[in-house]
Design a protein around this ligand. Structure first.
Ligand SMILES: Nc1ncnc2c1ncn2[C@@H]1O[C@H](COP(=O)(O)OP(=O)(O)OP(=O)(O)O)[C@@H](O)[C@H]1O
Ligand SMILES: [Mg+2]
Length: 272
């Protein structure tokens, strides 16, 4: 099913500080969008705004033609799922119960827990490799195990739009790639629209159909990574001197930081 998620002149903030300022964005339907940017530039704030968790100061977020604040939260939750950056689990909850909570938006007065819910939870546990943890208490898990369980909960919600805020921070490199491959499978096979905040620029460039580079609450550049990411943009966004070379596996941009202690290689080899 196709959806239209966009923000118009969106300003978001906390107390008296504006963080996201007058931002316009259209989330490409049925594609994978990756948001990158320096710490505190407003990525999580934007995601929360898109998911209706923050009320705009001005402007609006529009889902399928309606301002999200004119929709009930449960209506939004049937279409759009958000995995926050630092989700908090209820005390003492097991993995299976937490993932089951992803099904809440699908229940109601007349619709109790069903075999469809069972199937969705089992599939989410299976896809994230957490089925063998189902009876464990969330508090007992490692950081990476816990993060995969949260992803399972988001998957169990089974929404057409899925927003994930740094879902790979605690994962080892193999699990990072597995998770991004899994999200790509979901995108390709079920046509889900996926928006991910990522700090790994190389993985961002590989997996994004559309990349959004943010700086100080605004979009500095967006488009296909190959068109958008070069050393000038990385320097502008992160203040980092770097080389950008083709990723030997995917051909997408690969960022090689210079740093202060490793910039002399060309000089040394030129002198020898
Ligand atoms: N609940 C809040 N109350 C007040 N200020 C907040 C709140 N959440 C975030 N901020 C501030 O808003 C700014 C943007 O924060 P945000 O979490 O959107 O950044 P981010 O781009 O996601 O950064 P990171 O890469 O570190 O996750 C920061 O200066 C932060 O301190
Ligand atoms: Mg964040």
């Amino acid at each position: 099913m196709t959806h239209d998620l966009r923000a118009k002149n969106l300003t978001l903030g906390y107390s008296d500080v504006d963080i996201v300022r007058d931002l316009d964005v259209v989330i490409p339907d049925g594609r994978i969008t990756v948001i990158v940017g320096a710490n505190a530039c407003g990525k999580s704030t934007l995601l929360r705004g898109l998911a209706r968790l923050l009320r705009p100061r001005s402007g609006q977020v529009i889902l399928d033609g309606t301002s999200v604040h004119d929709l009930k939260s449960v209506e939004v939750a049937k279409v759009l799922g958000l995995l926050p950056q630092s989700p908090v689990a209820p005390d003492g909850i097991t993995v299976g119960d937490l993932v089951g909570r992803g099904r809440y938006p699908h229940q109601g007065w007349f619709r109790q827990w069903s075999s469809e819910d069972d199937r969705a939870v089992a599939a989410a546990l299976e896809a994230t490799g957490t089925a063998d943890l189902a009876d464990r208490n969330i508090a007992e898990l490692s950081g990476g195990q816990r993060q995969r369980v949260w992803v399972a909960m988001a998957l169990a919600q089974d929404t057409d739009l899925l927003l994930l805020d740094e879902p790979t921070t605690f994962l080892d490199i193999n699990h990072q790639v597995e998770l991004l491959d899994l999200l790509t499978d979901l995108n390709r096979e079920s046509g889900k629209t996926i928006v991910i905040v990522l700090h790994d620029l190389n993985l961002a460039c590989r997996y994004a159909d559309h990349i959004i580079a943010m700086k100080q609450g605004a979009i500095l550049a967006e488009g296909p990574p190959i068109d958008v990411i070069d050393s000038a943009v990385v320097t502008e966004v992160f203040g980092l001197a770097c080389e950008v070379v083709p990723d030997p596996v995917s051909g997408t941009p690969m960022i090689v930081p210079r740093g202060r202690h490793h910039a002399a290689r060309e000089t040394v080899s030129a002198a020898s």
